[in-house]
Design a protein around this ligand. Structure first.
Ligand SMILES: O=C(O)CCC(=O)C(=O)O
Ligand SMILES: [Fe+2]
Length: 423
């Protein structure tokens, strides 16, 4: 009779595994998680301040002791080789499995995260707290030094995020943030007006005939970009990498820092900068693509830039920090024909005939916009550190490019005959 019970209830009997957990435990295990992709079993013993790991055959592997209180749960994220651990000291920590489980990032959380779960589909780390909130963590941004978390019940960004997850065809940045959140409040306001272009013109301060200063990005976003750029500089210097800098200055390209910046800045270009460009510059072709990098001047590093023009149609130069430096004014130059007859204008010589306007970056998020062919330079920095974001935008304009080369050719021919006449 007893023999029939399993059959009757469709019970499958498992034979006992010969494997035994021979690890002595201080107390009972409150959580046991299997890290798929890393092939480790992790467990938290009651009252312990560490996360212990063993191999699937129960051989002790490693212990992460870097906690001030009891870990609550853990998850392995194969894509980033991160072990994520939430702790009752209100932190969420990321340990790099490719780097001896060294602490890569620690983020403070408002509440204790009791559950962690990586979603392959959404490509985000979900966590849930004891107040019934679900949070979605964007690991690309976490890795690059920023925090972006979406809270359930958090209004539009959360709804956009859920919609994007449902569609399953989203690109990361479509839920990273609403573009509006990245913008300076004044510009956000201007874009909401009936005639946004007129509002933008009202906001812009003209520096030269074709150079304007305008509040562009929010201080918060600039701080995040700055943190990412500083991180990239640190990494590069640790590996003794020198960035390929034209005119000696060090540059950190955003797409190299983090691929997700590409999408974000593509949207910034098409949805915001294009309107700003149309408002300020009477060009018939809209800007279409871009390259963006961060540039830094600091004592003991690069401190200035010689006079040059950019390989862009429109340059957007945004101040990221830190106010309070001295020197390193952006010099906007309007040389006379004679000043450029031999190429680069010698704008510091007494013979210079043109204008030069010094622009001091003081407000984080404010951008100077000028055509790439506007001559400019950076004066030596004398103290502090200055970080800027440079967006080099191009117009998708075959006809313009053709005439550009024709114009360059005729300009060079003119210069050659002028030089020949003078010799
Ligand atoms: O740092 C600046 O203000 C200007 C940078 C610049 O001109 C460049 O990167 O081409
Ligand atoms: Fe430049």
């Amino acid at each position: 009779m007893a023999e029939d019970v399993p059959q009757q209830y469709n019970i499958i009997r498992f034979s006992q595994s010969p494997l035994k957990d021979g690890n002595g435990h201080q107390s009972h295990c409150e959580k046991v998680v299997y890290f798929k992709g890393y092939d480790k079993v992790a467990f938290v013993e009651q009252g312990s301040k560490s996360l212990k790991m063993c191999t699937p055959d129960m051989q002790p592997y490693l212990e992460i002791k870097d906690f001030t209180q009891t870990p609550l749960c853990a998850e392995y994220i194969d894509k980033y080789s991160y072990v994520a651990v939430s702790c009752s000291d209100l932190t969420l920590s990321f340990f790099d499995a490719d780097n001896g489980l060294k602490l890569a990032r620690r983020i403070e959380t408002k509440t204790a995260q009791l559950v962690l779960c990586w979603s392959e589909v959404a490509q985000v780390l979900f966590s849930a707290d004891h107040e019934g909130r679900i949070l979605a963590w964007d690991l690309t941004l976490v890795k690059s030094g920023m925090n972006k978390v979406y809270e359930s019940g958090g209004g539009d960004p959360w709804r956009d995020f859920v919609k994007a997850v449902r569609r399953r065809d989203f690109s990361l940045s479509c839920f990273i943030t609403r573009l509006e959140e990245l913008l300076a409040p004044e510009l956000r306001q201007a874009l909401r007006q009936k005639d946004p272009k007129a509002a933008i013109r009202g906001l812009a301060a003209r520096q030269l005939s074709d150079a304007f200063a305008l509040p562009l990005l929010s201080a918060d976003f600039c701080a995040q970009l700055l943190a990412a750029a500083r991180g990239a500089r640190e990494e590069a210097e640790k590996r003794q990498q020198v960035t390929p800098g034209l005119l000696l200055s060090a540059r950190w390209y955003l797409n190299k820092i983090d691929g997700s910046f590409t999408d974000l800045f593509d949207r910034l270009l098409t949805d915001v900068l294009r309107i700003v460009d149309e408002a300020l510059f009477a060009e018939s072709h809209p800007i279409a693509y871009h390259q963006a990098y961060c540039i830094n001047y600091e004592e003991g590093r690069d401190v200035s830039l010689k006079a040059h023009t950019d390989d862009s149609d429109l340059t957007v130069n945004v101040f990221l920090g830190h106010p309070g430096f001295s020197g390193s004014e952006l010099m906007l130059l309007e040389p006379s024909d004679r000043d450029v007859a031999c190429g680069t204008p010698r704008w510091k010589d007494p013979t210079y005939e043109g204008r030069s306007v010094a622009f001091r970056h003081e407000t984080v998020g404010t951008a100077v916009l000028h055509p790439g062919d506007r001559w400019h330079a950076v004066e030596p920095l004398t103290s502090g550190s200055r970080w800027n974001l440079i967006i080099m935008a191009m117009r998708n304009d075959k006809e313009w490019k053709r005439t550009f080369y024709e114009e360059t050719a005729s300009h060079l021919a003119e210069k050659a005959s002028w030089l020949a006449a003078g010799s």
